[in-house]
Design a protein around this ligand. Structure first.
Ligand code: FES
Ligand code: FES
Length: 247
């Protein structure tokens, strides 16, 4: 049977057997970032986005891709499809937070994270754990992965925060709003009063809690070369690297 669909922005026309699985067809098409771990829907390694929805390609028939828009981990970032890949903030965060060890789970994890953040841009650590619960990692112990997803969420929200602390979604939204609303011309010292850490403390029972403080990125940038107020660890520093595992 002849199939037509879009793979990472590229129109594809390909012949497939009626009983061929999507994971096999995608790998035949050189989408080697789509891994096969269990082959039975248990590990998440074969995760892809189908029309933006997280799916397990080992459980899909190739025929189910007809007319769909497929995104694999390689399609998450930007750049010229035939040139250098520009990592998505999620992929950069995985590299920067040390969330990649052998890398086999990483493409699937980043797809799961992208689906989660599309639905919930400011997840708590618990919500991240739930969001990636269908994706198994044999290496990392998950802490770094949760850190990475939250760091990416914070980068996308233009906020810097200690990712090891838990933060309720409302607080992240408030921090993001505050960062966007920070008036031009104020000093970094003013930033701490715009987004006081105490106001963002996780409510009892939500999580490991603990005090933390947030400094809007815009304030940190403006503070360069001036007297700075206190800042927390950045979720967005460091170099760039492409997330992904071995083929
Ligand atoms: S290979 Fe698809 S869920 Fe494991
Ligand atoms: S399985 Fe090795 S990094 Fe997740």
């Amino acid at each position: 049977m002849k199939l037509s669909f879009t793979l990472n922005g590229r129109a594809v026309q390909v012949a497939a057997a009626p009983d061929q699985r999507a994971v096999d067809l995608l790998r035949e098409l050189d989408a080697l970032d789509v891994k096969e771990g269990c082959g039975t829907g248990e590990c998440g390694a074969c995760s892809v986005l189908v029309d933006g929805v997280h799916k397990l390609s080992c459980l899909l028939l190739a025929a189910q891709l007809q007319g769909r828009e497929l995104t694999t981990a390689a399609g998450l970032g930007g750049g010229d499809p035939h040139g250098p890949h520009v990592p998505h903030p999620i992929q950069r965060a995985f590299a920067e937070q040390g969330a990649v060890q052998c890398g086999f789970c990483t493409p699937g994890m980043t797809i799961a994270a992208a689906a989660l953040l599309a639905e919930n841009p400011a997840p708590t650590r618990l919500e991240v754990r739930r969001g990636i619960s269908g994706n198994l990692c044999r290496c990392t112990g998950y802490v770094k992965i949760v850190d990475a997803v939250r760091a990416a969420a914070l980068e996308l929200a233009d906020v810097s925060v200690d990712v090891s602390a838990d933060v309720p979604a409302e607080a992240l939204s408030a921090a993001s709003d505050a960062a966007l609303a920070y008036p031009a011309g104020e000093t970094a010292g003013d930033a701490s009063s715009v987004v006081p850490g105490a106001a963002l403390a996780a409510p009892a029972g939500d999580a490991p809690g603990g005090a933390f403080s947030v400094t809007p990125v815009s304030a940190r940038v403006r503070a360069k070369g001036r007297t700075t107020g206190s800042t927390t660890g950045s979720a967005t520093g460091g170099g760039k690297a492409k997330a992904g595992g071995a083929a």
